[in-house]
Design a protein around this ligand. Sequence first.
Ligand SMILES: Nc1nc2c(ncn2[C@@H]2O[C@H](COP(=O)(O)OP(=O)(O)OP(=O)(O)O)[C@@H](O)[C@H]2O)c(=O)[nH]1
Length: 176
Amino acid sequence: MNILGAVLAGGSATRFGSDKALALLDREPLIDHAARSLAPYCTTVVIVGRDHGSVLSIPDLPVAGLGPLGGIAGALAYAADHGFDAVLTTACDTPFLPEAIVPALRQAAPAHAAEAPTVGLWPTRLATPLLTHLLSDGPRAIRRWATSVGATPVLPGITLSNVNTPEDLARLVRGQ
Ligand SMILES: Nc1nc2c(ncn2[C@@H]2O[C@H](COP(=O)(O)OP(=O)(O)OP(=O)(O)O)[C@@H](O)[C@H]2O)c(=O)[nH]1
């Protein structure tokens, strides 16, 4: 399967208080950890919703600032235009993926991590005008859209390393 990896990175990090995508864990920005976590499963990895060095960046759809689903819509449109079968998404504040998650997503696709819908495997056929149209009314929750397209929440109870606050990052640094 030709999979596009997409790191959703257009958030404002209000709770973190500074640019959390660039916050360091083991001397490396969180966004680089996230991109690396996708790489083994993907032909290409892109960043959605911001520029990041030499990594290919693509825009949200239909416009920036509509939340993570706008990033998924942008990634799906790019995947459709470039012949990918599916998009594997994660968040720039999720530096690692548990080993079991991608096999579970592949088996159930369309599917997302039950605990974090930003981590999902979305077949390219979901790149419909309907999604863009839905978003043209403003931000929409990923979970509601995921349910409407028949996505399966996988591995309930598996916690993802999600950084929302400086305290979350401090816990990860301590290895907790
Ligand atoms: N591409 C894209 N990604 C987004 C957008 N909004 C949030 N994200 C990403 O989605 C993931 C989860 O975002 P949240 O933690 O809910 O939001 P946040 O803006 O990063 O942080 P808060 O302001 O504290 O809620 C993060 O990786 C964000 O960068 C958006 O509008 N576009």
